[in-house]
Design a binder for this molecule. Structure first.
Ligand SMILES: Nc1ncnc2c1ncn2[C@@H]1O[C@H](COP(=O)(O)OP(=O)(O)OP(=O)(O)O)[C@@H](O)[C@H]1O
Ligand SMILES: [Mg+2]
Length: 446
């Protein structure tokens, strides 16, 4: 049940209000002086204040009411305060509304209007409290996730990314082989680094092999090594990447391009931990955590015989699926700012354009777009035109050009302790964009 504190020197006012509120399941408490009122507030649990402007029958200046209001604001910048004032002192009430009071009512008041105002304000502040609690929860979860981990500079804000990261950190410590899937430029290699950096073998080597960058006949030599003379041009014995990764992590990128003979050999190492260099009889054994990545549809490749199903199950101890950037829109602006490293601001129009674009090339495309735009902007703010993104964004769902409302903005401001730049970044807005909204909504900047 919400609690309203009435601060008024006239007990009949309090009695009348108490009766009115009790009919609507609202508890009323009463203080006859500003000091008693403030003491009651400090004790906590008050959801709304109704205050008088004069506290002595012989004063009408409203100064005591003004002073009380400012004390209340100092104690709690968000608490809704309704001023009860004689109609002759409207002016100071209007000043206080500008200073953040929620509303005023002339004595005698209209019960219906007072109740409507009270209900709206109570609802608003409970929404705000819920939002605050949720934000605090988000932050706590995030801190717990990051705690002591090396995230290799990963930038994220979207809940979808948090889910992915949390799964990654959970499996990092195990020795399970992880198959990282996701479209081009979505961060597969970045995640491979994170898995290694948080694994039991983080002090061992991290060796990455791009299976797609090597001609078929060299992939096996690259992976398993070769003795001198094992193939044309092999003049000296060479160590393979499996040996190089012993005691650490081997990251097999673009695993879908591995030719069939390589697939067989790889399967064998994964099953036995043993392999031989090309042209050698002696088998070697290694202890290697294997991570692999692909943007290909391996199940489709299995179906038409291009990828071994048994190998797929060996590699896929667990699958880490990276969402395309367009499916985690809250990552877009933080990533853009990260690639700018804070030197060049983004105009509001540029931010909107970034949020509207579909990002078929994902994070890599975003990085390239930002780097090019920064060059074009030459130190000035980046404008939408500098991004050179296609104009017609027809198919993109605009779920995150979401316009923050007053409650969200105020919540962000209070979380940021009034630091506008911080609140703006929290809201995914530029500072200028936040200023404009504060003006429009009449929210004070201090
Ligand atoms: N969440 C992120 N935070 C910071 N940087 C990121 C993030 N995701 C990707 N990057 C950066 O974006 C670029 C592309 O990422 P990465 O190379 O990991 O993608 P990929 O999925 O391996 O791409 P491809 O399919 O082309 O191999 C890299 O420079 C990487 O550091
Ligand atoms: Mg890659």
């Amino acid at each position: 049940m919400p609690t309203i504190l009435v601060i008024d020197d006239n007990p009949t006012v309090a009695t009348a209000l108490e009766l009115l509120f009790s009919l609507h399941d609202i508890t009323t408490e009463y203080a006859a002086t500003p000091d008693a009122g403030l003491a009651r507030l400090r004790a906590g649990g008050v959801d709304l204040v109704v205050q008088d402007m004069n506290f002595h029958t012989d004063t009408t200046s409203g100064e005591e009411g003004i002073a009380l209001f400012h004390e209340i604001r100092r104690f709690d910048p968000d608490l809704p305060v309704i001023l009860l004032t004689a109609w002759t002192h409207l002016e100071s009430a209007v000043d206080l509304i500008r200073a953040g009071a929620a509303d005023y009512l002339g004595k005698p008041w209209d019960d219906g209007k007072l109740l409507a105002t009270v209900n709206t304000l109570l609802e608003l502040s409970s929404t705000r409290r819920e939002l605050d609690a949720r934000m605090r929860g988000d932050r706590r979860r995030r801190d717990a996730l990051v705690d002591g981990r090396d995230l290799r500079g990963l930038v994220w804000d979207d809940p979808a990314s948090e889910t992915t990261l949390s799964l990654a950190l959970q499996v990092a410590a195990s020795s399970l082989p992880v198959l990282i899937t996701g479209p081009n430029g979505s961060g597969k290699e970045k995640y491979a680094e994170i898995l290694h950096a948080n694994s039991a073998v983080r002090d061992g080597p991290f060796v990455a092999v791009n299976c797609g960058a090597l001609p078929n006949e060299l992939v096996e030599a690259e992976l398993f090594g070769a003795e001198a003379g094992a193939y044309t041009g092999a003049t000296r014995a060479r160590e393979g990447r499996f040996e190089a990764a012993d005691g650490g992590t081997l990251f097999l990128d673009e695993i879908g391009t591995l030719p069939p003979s390589g697939q067989v050999k790889l399967l064998r190492v994964l099953e036995t931990g043993r392999f031989a260099r090309l042209g050698a009889h002696r088998e070697r054994s290694v202890s290697v955590r294997v991570l692999s990545a692909t943007n290909a549809d391996l199940t489709a490749m299995i179906a038409d015989g291009r990828f071994r199903e048994d190998l797929y199950y060996r590699l896929n101890g667990i699958e880490l699926r990276l969402a395309p950037l367009g499916a985690r829109p809250r990552d877009i602006l933080p990533l853009a700012r990260h690639f700018l490293s804070g030197r060049t601001p983004l105009s509001e129009a540029a931010e909107r354009a970034l949020l509207r674009h579909a990002w078929p090339g994902n994070v890599r495309e975003l990085r390239n777009v930002i780097q090019r735009a920064e060059l074009l902007a030459r130190g000035a703010a980046i404008e939408a035109g500098d991004l050179a993104l296609p104009a017609a964004p027809a198919a993109v769902v605009d779920q995150d050009t979401h316009e923050p409302d007053r409650v969200e903005i105020e919540a962000a401001l209070s979380r940021a302790g009034g630091v506008l730049a911080q609140a703006a970044s929290d809201l995914g807005l530029s500072r200028q964009a936040l200023y404009r909204r504060l003006d429009r909504l009449g929210i004070r900047r201090d």
